[in-house]
Design a binder for this molecule. Structure first.
Ligand SMILES: [Zn+2]
Length: 169
């Protein structure tokens, strides 16, 4: 899991909208994503039509709708996906499956904040970009920790237990 995330290239969020696009369709996830998409769309020229589709997350319904949008779009339509990394990459994969080219897609990543994981075994805190439910390798004891929903306000970290803890207790 972890290596999949670290091998993902950073999205080129700073690239402005293409000047020659006939229409730009932005799909945003979360409020922060909508804000980023709105700001980015304002950079496009007055001659470019644009649409902004807002969604909370890239779930099955949203992705199905997106597939239809991509299929119906004509030559010269540029796509932009804005929001958390997992959502925008899911959206990109769906668009490519429906015939979009990478060159026609802009990714605007928001909120890729690092999370802290507190190791229940050695009390060390590890920084990760992995999500709750995924695993992270502890920087203190090298155990593979499952990142639990349990969040400590005191240490501003999530609780991590060894992935196969039940086998050793
Ligand atoms: Zn540890």
């Amino acid at each position: 899991m972890a290596s999949e995330y670290t091998s993902v290239p950073r999205p080129a969020g700073a690239v402005p909208p293409p000047a020659l696009a006939r229409e730009i369709v932005a799909v945003s996830f979360t409020a922060a994503g909508a804000e980023a998409a709105q700001g980015w769309l304002q950079l496009s020229g007055p001659g470019t039509a644009h649409r902004h589709i807002r969604a909370l997350r890239a779930d099955a319904d949203t992705l199905a709708g997106l597939g239809g949008v991509v299929q119906d779009s004509k030559v010269g339509v540029h796509l932009a996906f804005s929001g958390p990394r997992a959502d925008i990459y899911a959206a990109r994969a769906q668009a490519v499956r429906h015939g979009a080219l990478d060159a026609e897609i802009t990714l605007l990543e928001t909120g890729a904040a690092d999370a802290q994981v507190y190791c229940a075994h050695c009390k060390e805190t590890t920084t990760t970009q992995n999500d709750v439910g995924a695993t992270a390798v502890c920087s203190g004891c090298a155990r593979e920790l499952v990142i639990y929903h349990h969040f400590s306000r005191r240490t501003a970290s999530y609780l991590g237990y060894m992935a196969k803890a039940e086998e050793v207790i």
